[in-house]
Design a protein around this ligand. Structure first.
Ligand code: GLN
Length: 265
């Protein structure tokens, strides 16, 4: 009898607590914060808009183009928020996120441990890796090992920069965008460019003569959407939206638009 009474009191207390929590918990700061975030109407996203076919500007079109751009807009739609995209140089993206100037980054950004110390990542949304591009008539550079002592251009703040720095006696030039890296190569100022495979392939497929991409893949990498560490709520929502888009076949549609009919892994 006594035990039953205690149980009754406990249940009543628990119910009261749940009710209170449901009402907003009487001004609990943490809860107010997460509530504000869950009511986000505009998601401020940034990318380094010079990474075709993931993000680039097409003069004939008003909006930024590319796989990432279509994907983040579809994610926003799924979440019921408006997506605002701004262009920030690659090495400025994580600082902007940490400062709270943006809510998320989509920029062909590789998920890695160094970055995980500073940001949250969504589930992986694309499999990538690094390859190198050299002059078509270059017959001395065949593998990454051959870059020892050579001049190599990379985009600043990227996984390419980190990998190339490990090569013995390499002379590394770190530039703002892959386009500038390719220009340096075509001008003969560097021996090679190391950069993400799909971007190298796309660049060459656009008819840039005189350069070739080598087949060796230096790393296997996966892209994720970066989110502020203080906003796990947004990470959950982005992942849920990404999952929905995959289930609905929307992800595959966007993928096919930019990468022909290659199968999604
Ligand atoms: N995937 C590479 C990285 O995360 C390059 C990304 C980019 O240049 N946009 O470092």
């Amino acid at each position: 009898m006594k035990l039953k009474k205690i149980l009754c009191v406990l249940t009543a207390a628990f119910m009261a607590m749940t009710l209170l929590a449901g009402c907003g918990g009487g001004g609990d700061k943490k809860e107010a914060d997460s509530k504000a975030k869950s009511e986000m109407k505009v998601m401020r996203v940034a990318g380094s808009i010079d990474f075709a076919p993931f993000e680039f500007q097409d003069e004939t079109k008003k909006e930024y183009q590319g796989f990432d751009m279509d994907l983040i807009r579809a994610i926003g739609k799924e979440m019921g928020v408006k997506v605002e995209i701004s262009n920030i140089t690659f090495d400025g993206l994580i600082p902007a996120l940490e400062a709270g100037n943006i809510d998320a980054i989509i920029s062909g950004m590789t998920i890695n441990d160094a970055r995980k110390k500073k940001v949250l990542f969504s589930d992986a949304y694309y499999e990538s890796g690094l390859t190198m591009v050299v002059a078509s008539d270059n017959s001395t550079i065949k593998t990454f090992k051959d870059l020892e002592g050579k001049k190599v251009a990379v985009q600043i703040g990227t996984t390419s920069a980190a990998e190339v720095r490990k090569i013995k006696d390499v002379k590394i030039t770190e530039l703002d965008t892959p386009s500038i890296c390719f220009m340096e190569l075509m001008a003969g100022n560097v021996d090679a460019v190391v950069n993400d495979r799909p971007v190298n392939d796309y660049f060459i497929s656009r008819g840039f003569d005189g350069v070739k991409a080598l087949p060796e893949r230096l790393t296997a990498e996966e892209y994720g959407i970066a989110i502020n560490k203080k906003n796990p709520e947004l990470q959950k929502k982005v992942n849920a939206a990404l999952k929905k888009l995959r289930e609905k076949g929307e992800y595959q549609k966007i993928f096919d638009k930019w990468f022909a009919a290659k199968k999604v892994k």
